[in-house]
Design a protein around this ligand. Structure first.
Ligand code: NDP
Length: 293
């Protein structure tokens, strides 16, 4: 069994980007820029935004973080995004989700210019993804494809079973793997909570992608020998032996399933670190596109 080390790969990607950003500075006297917008005090969102900002600093990407109070109006948030849309120093805009209830997430996502939508959530980019046109891939699915590529895991003609159909993970990763392209070209099945006998599908997977949000939900009896496991889930479970009183586990029962798997991502340290690395990658790609070379 090979452990897919997302932490290591994410570090490699950041290192590669650091060199590329350095070259851009030498050549053009400027670097890619990312604007992050955080509305409210959600502690997890604060941590994510801080991590993204730190990652930008590490690779030399210019970053701006706008922290707005929870009672910010939808109109004010829209005005801020419009300002970033026309700011030449900004190549990527991300609005940290979830937003307070009085703000429509869809409206906000649709305000971001598709050319700066480095989260890849805008309907234009999602549509381009489905029809196989060049676009921004959502960061977590992009990270999954990158892990498969860098571990030379064949996807062509393989049966990929995705459990979960969210707009940020399940649907985009399924559509990306379906494309008639290198690093994809898979036979894809997507499962969700209406599946009556989930095991019937998961047991036929060559590659199983779990994006469910339920701790240790995928058990050894649900997969075949030699399966490749990509565990997207991040779940807190109580653990009194740790300082924080909890630990993070995936959607897959790692201990049991890893005995049958040929490759498996751990949680933490698997898919998680890739998400931010691919956000930086998208920001870099957006800058390159803006040069119109
Ligand atoms: P959502 O809650 O949006 O979606 C969960 C999906 O799982 C839904 O499609 C749901 O089906 C399906 N599901 C729930 N229960 C079952 C069941 N019993 N059988 C089959 N399918 C089921 O979650 P996300 O996609 O946003 O996230 C999934 C997990 O990945 C979470 O743990 C999240 O924290 C983590 N995550 C990790 C990221 C990373 O960077 N590594 C990034 C994003 C998410 P239905 O549609 O029918 O409700």
């Amino acid at each position: 069994m090979t452990l897919i080390d997302g932490k290591k790969i994410a570090k490699e990607i950041r290192f590669e980007l650091k060199e590329k950003v350095f070259d851009l500075r030498q050549k053009y006297g400027t670097v890619p820029g990312l604007a992050a917008v955080l509305v409210g005090e959600n502690p997890a969102s604060q941590v994510y935004v801080r991590m993204k900002q730190r990652a930008c600093e590490e690779v030399g990407i210019y970053s701006v973080v706008e922290k707005l109070p929870a009672e910010t109006s939808e109109e004010d948030l829209i005005s801020l995004i419009e300002r970033f849309n026309s700011d030449k120093k900004i190549n990527g805009i991300l609005v940290q989700l979830p937003l307070p209830e009085h703000i429509s997430e869809n409206k906000i996502i649709e305000t971001i210019s598709p050319s700066k939508d480095v989260d890849g959530f805008h309907p234009v980019n999602m549509g381009n993804l489905v029809i196989g046109k060049e676009t921004f891939y959502p960061c977590t699915p992009y990270g999954i494809l990158e892990l498969l590529k860098r571990y030379r895991i064949e996807t062509k003609g393989k049966h990929v079973v995705v459990v979960g159909r969210s707009n940020i993970v399940g649907k985009p990763v399924a559509n990306m793997l379906l494309q008639k392209k290198e690093g994809a070209n898979a036979i894809v099945t997507v499962c969700h909570s209406a599946a009556k006998d989930l095991k019937k599908y998961t047991a036929t997977a060559d590659i199983l992608i779990a994006a469910i949000g339920r701790p240790k939900f995928i058990t050894a009896d649900m997969v075949k020998d030699g399966v490749v496991i990509i565990d997207v889930g991040i779940n807190r479970v109580e653990d009194k032996s740790t300082e924080k009183g909890y630990k993070l586990v995936g959607d897959v029962d790692f201990e049991e399933v890893s005995r049958k798997a040929s490759f498996i991502t751990p949680v933490p340290g698997g898919v998680g670190p890739m998400t931010i690395a691919m956000l930086l990658q998208n920001t870099y790609e957006s800058f390159i596109k803006s040069l119109n070379l």
